[in-house]
Ligand binder design. Structure first.
Ligand SMILES: [Ca+2]
Length: 434
């Protein structure tokens, strides 16, 4: 996803609940990580609270940085001509620095996130585009094993089916972020990869535009993802993820195959839980076979039995026990390698199902769930810490460790241990007043 001002809604919605980890730090250089870092960049400052106090990048620092980087690029085999026409024309973009330092103040609820993305209008548009591009999408599925509805769902979520790509020159955004100290390592690699793309001649540098964090084209590929996954599918010998739908969609399918897409399986499905379901069994890290979930009383959302397939699945309740429940399979993990957010992956799966003709959620997420301010998350973590359930730094990020601590507290109290910060629970822990 991209985050120019007009996409601010999306940037801010990748909320604390779905961005438990800080992207772009200490991770492998996998293409998926690159993509994730761009997607979640808006929340990254949460764990680097001192970053905003660093001296701002000056014009002189930037110029010196570009000089140094030009020498590194020569040593890395980039031609002088490409360095002159692309890197050395890059300008410092202060708006990019501002966006990189923006901190979401509040957690995002699943209902907020989901209802903005999986809309009837988007489903209808996905279906219409499927009808319009059916032969192409069939060929792509044959080549890469990814069914059309999933590609359309990613396309819809990333750029609203190509209706906005971002228009910041990628050299400007990446050079700015590479020369800034905050996430220099990650963006230095992406900047070098952007130069390699120019060197390969697929796209003129001035047409290489993207989000403020350097994500490009219909599916918002970072340069590293582009180098590993972009393919020419319309036969003009250029890989153009901006203007060629065949190239863009085939490249997304290729990316998903490289991330481990299992062509014979779904992403997961909405399910129904029995009364007294043991919610401590929920969570992405808890795997059970479909047979074991059946034995715990889990059925499809329409009460029919789960299919008798021998695969592993995890159970998620992103809006607590009053919201929808999902069993998720391996392809859910694949989607999370594209963007490490459970909310994002659930939105992709549901949008794909609905584009394919499926019904909306049977159990809609409650829309009155509390949104927590960072400071309230810190209070919650401290309260759970004092009671011996939370053992990490109170960082204001509602991630898996906080959710787990909350479940264990609920369990101890004889409550439904869904790890969901309901109003009642927050009141009980002193985070909200009566
Ligand atoms: Ca092409």
């Amino acid at each position: 996803m991209s985050y120019l001002p007009k996409f601010t809604l999306f940037a801010c919605c990748v909320g604390l609940l779905s961005c438990a980890q800080t992207p772009g730090t200490g991770q492998s250089a996998a293409a998926s990580t690159a993509h994730t870092a761009a997607n979640n960049a808006g929340s990254a400052p949460l764990t680097t609270g001192t970053a905003t106090q660093q001296a701002p990048l000056s014009d002189a620092d930037f110029a010196a940085c570009i000089d140094r980087f030009s020498r590194d690029a020569i040593n890395a085999g980039i031609s002088e001509q490409v360095i002159r026409t692309s890197l050395q024309r890059a300008t410092l973009n202060r708006r990019v620095l501002e966006l990189d330092r923006q901190q979401p103040e509040f957690t995002t609820t699943f209902a907020d996130y989901f209802n903005r993305r999986v809309t009837a209008q988007r489903v209808a548009q996905g279906r219409a585009l499927w009808a319009a591009h059916r032969p192409l999408l069939d060929r792509i599925e044959q080549a890469y094993g990814v069914p059309a509805p999933y590609l359309l769902a990613f396309w819809g979520l990333e750029t609203n089916f190509g209706s906005y790509f971002g228009n910041i020159p990628v050299m400007d955004s990446l050079a700015t972020l590479a020369c800034d100290t905050r996430r220099s390592g990650f963006f230095t690699i992406e900047l070098m990869n952007a130069l390699r793309i120019v060197e390969q001649g697929d796209i003129a540098p001035k047409k290489m535009v993207g989000s403020w964090a350097g994500a490009m084209g219909n599916f918002q590929f970072m340069p590293s993802a582009y180098l590993k996954n972009a393919v020419d599918f319309d036969g003009d010998n250029k890989r153009d993820l901006w203007h060629s739908k065949p190239d863009a969609m085939a490249s997304a399918a290729h990316f998903l195959r490289n991330l481990g897409w299992v062509s014979a399986e779904r992403w997961g499905r909405e399910v129904k839980l029995p009364r007294n379901f043991p919610f401590l069994e929920a969570g992405l890290k808890n795997h059970k076979s479909i047979a074991e979930w059946r034995n715990l009383g889990v059925t499809r959302a329409d009460n029919t039995p789960l299919p008798p397939v021998d695969i592993q699945a995890s159970l998620l309740v992103p809006a607590g026990h009053e919201g929808p429940a999902f069993l998720v399979y391996e392809n859910f993990n694949v989607i999370m390698r594209w963007n490490r957010s459970e909310f994002y992956a659930l939105a992709v799966g549901q949008l794909a199902d609905q584009i394919a003709g499926g019904a909306p959620l049977v159990q809609a997420p409650p829309t009155d769930a509390p949104r927590l301010h960072r400071q309230q998350v810190i209070q919650l973590q401290e309260a759970l810490g004092q009671k011996g359930f939370y053992h990490e730094k109170a960082d204001g990020i509602f991630g898996p460790a906080t959710r787990r601590a909350l479940s264990e507290f609920q369990h101890q109290q004889g409550l439904i241990a869904d790890g969901f910060p309901s109003r009642t629970l927050l009141t009980m822990l002193g985070v909200l007043s009566d």
